[in-house]
Design a protein around this ligand. Structure first.
Ligand SMILES: Nc1ncnc2c1ncn2[C@@H]1O[C@H](COP(=O)(O)OP(=O)(O)OP(=O)(O)O)[C@@H](O)[C@H]1O
Length: 235
């Protein structure tokens, strides 16, 4: 029998008051996979990612992480169970150095990256380890936000548009990091509007529209249909 997926979502609905933002979403992510959520603005991607982490609570349906239904589990317990939220505002503390920012969140598993490993993967953070959070560029802050979650030992990373607003050279570095996370056995679910970039990092993709999953595509199909997808996304 195949192993159960690391994350399994069945029939997830999400609401903001009376307004329904997700409708019957089914989605799976296997351990070691990199999966993207793609869709137009307002399609429900952020709501879905936040619902997985427990940051959006007005949901019904099944949300299984490593076989356990966590739909009513508070976010801090999901973090301890191995879900790692990479903050979309990057959440870097200006008053702390890079290294202090890295050391701040507690380690949650034996998958935690040691500081040496973090610095090897993110040489720019090693160079700037004593620098204050405020002095970092947007790209450096994004790297710090990802590195900080890897250091906790999170087994599944949740990223909301990690490349948004970053220069192409930094986007490539973020791509290298995601591939490295995968190579070291990590699992990633990310929102990504940059279709070209998504095709270079992910194994599979879910296309969302109006709160529903409308297609699930492997990366070969996704790459072959890039032009059509860009048109759908209005890009
Ligand atoms: N705080 C909120 N209150 C009410 N409605 C909301 C709230 N946040 C999002 N929504 C609505 O929920 C739906 C899904 O929004 P969501 O932000 O999840 O989409 P998205 O695909 O992530 O888009 P974007 O890329 O613009 O963030 C939209 O119709 C949006 O207007």
């Amino acid at each position: 029998m195949p192993e159960a997926p690391m994350l399994e979502i069945r029939g997830l609905d999400a609401f903001y008051g009376e307004a329904q933002a997700l409708r019957g979403v089914d989605l799976t992510v296997a351990e070691g996979e990199v999966v993207t959520l793609v869709g137009r603005n307002g399609a429900g991607k952020t709501t879905l990612l936040r619902s997985v982490m427990g940051l959006h609570r007005q949901v019904t349906g099944e949300l299984l992480f490593e076989g356990r239904d966590i739909v009513r589990t508070p976010a801090h317990k999901r973090a301890r169970a191995g879900l790692g939220w990479v903050q979309d505002d990057r959440g870097v503390y200006a008053s702390l150095t890079v290294e202090e920012n890295l050391l701040l969140p507690p380690v949650v598993s034996d998958r935690a990256w040691a500081l040496d490993k973090v610095y090897e993967a993110f040489p720019v953070l090693a160079d700037r380890r004593r620098a204050g959070g405020t002095t970092l560029s947007g790209g450096e802050q994004q790297m710090l936000a990802i590195a900080r979650v890897l250091r906790t030992g999170a087994r599944m990373l949740l990223l909301d548009e990690p490349t948004e607003g970053l220069a192409p050279v930094i986007v490539r570095q973020i791509g290298d990091i995601i591939r490295q996370v995968k190579e070291s056995g990590g699992t990633v679910l990310l929102i990504e509007q940059n279709v070209k970039f998504a095709a270079t990092v992910a194994d599979r993709h879910y296309l969302l529209a109006q709160g529903s999953v409308v297609e699930s595509l492997d990366n070969a199909e996704f790459s072959a249909r890039q032009a059509e997808l860009l048109q759908h996304l209005g890009m």
